[in-house]
Design a protein around this ligand. Structure first.
Ligand code: FAD
Length: 322
């Protein structure tokens, strides 16, 4: 049966995050020929066309200047008002910091279930079957939704966005939402300087561990990431040692990533690190210890000193790019 599915278009630094386009793909599958409605919050109407080009059938822009910066209260109130007005059968958004923050609040208010961190889905008759990792990615479980709101957050980089179709057009409607009693007021947003590629959405990640030995040692990893158009990540060992910033930590208590290519340099492969990257499509490990645990999950392993191997890779990839 065809359904109406609402999708949150998440904006970061003035641009839509790729996971929003992936959420549209998921929503289209669940909608079964029904309507996929994109939702933008705040002064983001200029981005509506992108949601349409990636498959949204209509876009609602919830306007209120209090939504220009993310606050849990503001976003929750706006989404609740749009859900009340639109009455969708489903709501899908990215499993991002914002998605993880607001989805349980909304589920609690709606007294609905929520399937979080979805990596794939299928529709079997009147059931939607979501697959999600459990036990830090060691196993997967299936959650079956038969009735009630089909509410899910999807993990970035797992469901492919549709091909962008610039010829698609659709209605864009602005609605006023009433935002009140905010417990947080954002006065200023100070961003850390990072490379342009967002770690959780990066297709290629070059990650360094304690074997990198210093903050200076990360320079060669950054060169490799730049040559490949990727992002730099790190193990907690490297963060604890002060070589890397905690915002780049990958693992059980850091970010969970699923890039196409993960290059682990000087990382032993502790279970807590592996929890955050084991679902990467291709894993390359560079470690001078042939017994290092990381080799047990790597598709390709290079036993050697990263300070010899990584510069050779940089040189090689740069020559290919030319
Ligand atoms: P090490 O284990 O010290 O490994 C360094 C590796 O570098 C070694 O294998 C060594 O052979 C290799 N090496 C050294 N020099 C070179 C060289 N020149 N060239 C090539 N290889 C070299 N860790 C995470 O990463 N993420 C998490 O989210 C996380 N959460 C945790 C949560 C809890 C509750 C706990 C208890 C721990 C957590 N940890 C996490 C820590 C984890 O257990 C490990 O201590 C950590 O991952 C080790 O980091 P590492 O691999 O960089 O360092």
């Amino acid at each position: 049966m065809s359904k109406k599915i609402l999708v949150l278009g998440e904006v970061r630094q003035g641009e839509l995050r790729n996971v929003s386009f992936e959420a549209i793909t998921a929503a289209k599958k669940v909608a079964e020929g029904g309507e996929v409605v994109g939702l933008l919050l705040g002064d983001a109407g200029s981005l509506a066309n992108q949601l349409i080009q990636y498959g949204a059938d209509r876009v609602v822009v919830a306007e209120n200047s209090l939504l220009n910066a993310y606050t849990p209260d503001g976003y929750t109130q706006a989404v609740m008002q749009v859900i009340e007005a639109e009455k969708p059968e489903g709501f899908i958004l990215g499993h991002t910091s914002i998605g993880k923050d607001i989805s349980p609040r909304i589920a609690a208010k709606l007294k609905s279930g929520l399937v979080s961190d979805v990596v794939s889905l299928e529709v079997n008759g009147d059931e939607v079957v979501f697959t999600r990792p459990i036990y830090s990615g060691k196993a997967f479980e299936k959650k079956v939704i038969k009735d009630g709101l089909i509410f899910a957050t999807i993990r970035p980089n797992n469901i492919s966005a549709l091909e962008k179709d610039e010829s698609r057009t659709a209605d864009v409607t602005s609605v006023n939402v009433d935002i009140k009693d905010l417990r947080t007021i954002i006065k200023d947003v100070v961003r850390k300087a990072t490379s342009g590629v967002d770690l959780s959405e990066a297709k290629i990640i070059v990650s360094g561990g304690r074997g990198v030995k210093s903050a200076e040692g990360f320079k060669v990893l950054r060169e490799l990431a730049d040559a490949l158009g990727g992002a730099v990540g790190s193990s907690r060992g490297a963060c604890d040692a002060g070589y890397s910033d905690y915002s780049l930590q990958i693992g059980q208590t850091g970010k969970v990533v699923t890039p196409d290519l993960y290059i682990a340099c000087g990382i032993s492969g502790a279970i807590q690190h592996v929890a955050g990257m084991s679902n990467s499509k291709v894993i390359v490990a560079i470690n001078k210890d042939p017994e290092a645990n990381i080799f047990s999950i790597a598709d390709y392993g290079i036993v050697g000193d990263l300070f010899e191997v990584v510069p050779l890779l940089v040189e090689e990839f740069k020559s290919v790019a030319v």
